[in-house]
Write a protein of this length. Structure first.
Length: 131
């Protein structure tokens, strides 16, 4: 369980209070799963908006060379508006070179201030090497 708070600088008023619980379960091999739930209380212009989220992510390892994962996230704003997100990832170790990865993610943040909100799709290819 974790908790973080954010305050306004001037009058020291509460802006955001975030609670999250996270549980990971590892099976003998090759599966691992992670569950989470959170509550985000946001105070904007005197009105409090509640964001509730829950998600699951699973990982599968094939021998020691390959790693695959997928996840799903659901967020609701005061039980009125709902958004979903997902992530898919594949990684492979390459002898003497490092690791390559390919990630797909539907990412979003919905703030009270529209300029800080976003809803984006991310595709990323990476090469990770160790020196």
């Amino acid at each position: 369980l974790s908790n973080s708070r954010e305050y306004n600088n001037e009058p020291e008023t509460f802006i955001r209070n975030y609670f999250k619980i996270n549980q990971s379960i590892r099976f003998k091999r090759p599966f691992e799963t992670n569950f989470f739930a959170s509550v985000n209380l946001v105070n904007g212009d005197g009105s409090i908006i509640n964001y509730y989220s829950a998600g699951i992510k699973g990982m599968y390892r094939l021998k020691t060379k390959y790693n695959f994962s997928a996840g799903f996230r659901l967020v609701t704003k005061d039980w009125d508006e709902t958004q979903t997100g997902f992530s898919i990832s594949a990684r492979a170790k390459i002898k003497y070179l490092g690791e390559i990865s390919f990630d797909l993610e539907q990412n979003f943040i919905d703030y009270i201030v529209p300029e800080r909100s976003f809803n984006e799709f991310i595709a990323r290819f990476s090469l990770i090497t160790k020196w």
